[in-house]
Design a protein around this ligand. Structure first.
Ligand SMILES: *Cc1c(COP(=O)(O)O)cnc(C)c1O
Length: 343
């Protein structure tokens, strides 16, 4: 059994958080004269709910979890940063993560002066569990996994992930930003089994709402309480909360988009296979995939010249020669294929 109070930083454990007007009175009153707001221009004049209760209730319903197991952040970037700040003592503690993966974990670690230990995936991008566990020492507080992983696109083997969760006496974070595209259930249903599990999801990909900046962290109540303790009081603005509620109320639209994007992905991948410049098309459980080419930089620049931007990942571990392609609209995908065919 993990003792979260021992794992968390001492200053965070002892912190007396800022108490906003909306924290001190949470009921439903008719006259609010407590927050120095302008009384006109309702609803925008009012501070938003610091704990986003209406939105969390809706997310809880859609995701089949309890509201007290949800933390909402300004993108996934916020919980990534807050988890590091809650658990990692700068210059003492460390983080272990798979490599290659999403760059933000390392940036957030660097900002917080926390050592970041990269553990290479296997050649086929699968998880090397024993290598991960042997990179851990007594100062390792967090392990970052990403499934489906960015930029490799593969869903990590669930049994291997569970081995890590069970054998690590710290927090395991699984970033499921692309879970909706994977056809897999992911780890939300395992939340109640593990005190040390955090699952990150986002409105930025399948939901089509990258601009509203809304990320979700799901975890045991204890971890959520620590995140709430150190977040900015009104971290999710009113417009974002309203917009997300609207999207959740018509989630069929998201599911239709996912199906449509997946069909387009299949078509685009098939077309890619036929191109002379493409040496390999990697399989993917997300809405993007890697292709291997002989001259990634040249092809990247050629595409830029024709106003098509892909991501050059050829300098990333295990991804030599690789470009990462996001599945776009049918028209966009067709243009990409056409331009690559003419290279
Ligand atoms: C795109 C992406 C996110 C989303 O980040 P937001 O801050 O929520 O927009 C998170 N994790 C990974 C691995 C991603 O690729």
């Amino acid at each position: 059994m993990i003792n979260l109070d021992k794992l968390v930083r001492e200053n965070v454990k002892n912190l007396k958080p800022y108490s906003s007007a909306r924290d001190e009175y949470m009921g439903d009153a008719s006259i609010y004269l407590d927050a120095n707001e302008n009384p006109y221009n309702v609803p925008y004049s009012r501070y938003p709910d610091p704990l986003q209760r209406q939105l969390k209730a809706k997310i809880a319903e859609v995701k089949h979890v309890y509201p007290e197991n949800i933390f909402l952040g300004n993108g996934s970037d916020e919980p990534i940063d807050l988890l590091i700040r809650a658990f990692c003592e700068p210059k003492i503690d460390n983080i272990v993560a798979i490599d290659p993966t999403y760059g933000m974990y390392q940036v957030a670690a660097n900002i917080n002066s926390v050592e970041y230990r990269k553990v290479l995936l296997s050649e086929d991008f699968s998880l090397d569990t024993s290598k991960i566990l042997s990179a851990v020492d007594s100062n390792t507080k967090l392990i970052f996994l990403c499934s489906p992983n960015n930029p490799t696109g593969n869903y990590l083997d669930e049994n291997e992930v569970i081995k890590i969760i069970k054998n690590f006496e710290g927090i395991v974070i699984i970033d499921e930003a692309y879970i909706d595209f994977s056809g897999k259930k992911g780890f939300l249903r395992n939340l109640k089994d593990y005190q040390n599990l955090v699952i990150l999801q986002t409105f930025s990909k399948a939901w089509g709402l990258a601009s509203i900046r809304l990320g979700m962290a799901f975890a045991s109540r204890h971890i959520i309480l620590y995140l709430n303790k150190i977040k900015y009081p009104y971290n999710i603005n009113y417009l974002t909360q309203q917009n997300a509620l609207e999207a959740l109320n018509k989630k069929d639209k998201k599911e239709d988009w996912v199906q449509y994007i997946l069909a387009n992905k299949l078509q685009l991948m098939e077309q890619m296979q036929t191109l002379r410049v493409v040496k390999k098309v990697f399989s993917s459980d997300a809405n993007f995939f890697l292709i291997k080419v002989d001259e990634p930089k040249l092809i990247y620049e050629y595409l830029v010249e024709h106003k098509i931007i892909v991501r050059n990942r050829s300098n990333v571990s295990l991804c030599a020669g690789c470009l990462r392609i996001t599945v776009g609209t049918q028209e966009e995908n067709d243009l990409l294929v056409k331009m690559l065919n003419m290279f």
